[in-house]
Design a protein. Structure first.
Length: 202
């Protein structure tokens, strides 16, 4: 279903910009080579990782779950910003996304997935916790994606030289676990065995 600019604009006001990282996130976004909404191509090898199964973000959603089902039957093109139905639909959508179910098949899986880093905890420029998000700008310029599209990552060791919104590969064991963070509700958590920079191919 097509989402109009009015709905998107309204959604922007709901973006979680609380927490100490908000200014740094905005600066990082301005300096990045990626644009808002950009996703990372999968299937690019950064070395032997045979023990991990590479997955796309869609694999984290149950096959029968529709992230836009709340908006079905609603003609968004005919609604203005001030229309109560538009605001009600947006709120229902946010609630639906916050409670987005995980894919049971992924629970306990050892996976390899590419995404962008949104720091949650750090000391002395070392990141000890972060959200892995599927597209550039998530939780910064646009609202958080559904909970089943956010992974709360705990690296084996605090990360050095990893920047806010940097593209990375993460290898580790993922499990279904809902957690509220300052930047959005995550539907998964992962114990990461390795986090490495994502290299774009020309």
């Amino acid at each position: 279903m097509k989402v109009t600019r009015n709905i998107v604009a309204a959604a922007l006001t709901a973006c979680f910009m609380t927490g100490a990282y908000a200014p740094a996130l905005l600066i990082a976004a301005e300096k990045s080579e990626y644009r808002i909404g950009d996703r990372l191509p999968q299937g690019q090898k950064d070395g032997p990782q045979s023990i991990f199964k590479e997955v796309a973000w869609d694999a984290l959603m149950p096959p029968d779950w529709d992230p836009m089902r709340t908006l079905k039957g609603l003609n968004l093109d005919q609604l203005s910003d001030a229309d109560p139905r538009a605001m009600e639909a947006l709120e229902k959508l946010r609630q639906e996304w916050n409670n987005a179910p995980p894919n049971p098949a992924m629970n306990g899986a050892r996976i390899r997935i590419a995404g962008f880093v949104v720091p949650l905890e750090s000391q002395k420029n070392q990141i000890s916790e972060f959200l892995l998000v599927p597209y550039f700008g998530a939780c910064i310029h646009v609202p958080p994606p559904p909970a089943n599209q956010l992974i709360h990552v705990f690296p084996a060791k605090p990360l050095r030289d990893i920047q806010t919104m940097q593209a990375v590969w993460v290898n580790g064991t993922v499990e279904a676990f809902s957690a509220d963070t300052s930047m959005g509700r995550a539907g998964y958590r992962m114990k990461a065995e390795s986090v490495t920079p994502y290299k774009k191919t020309r």
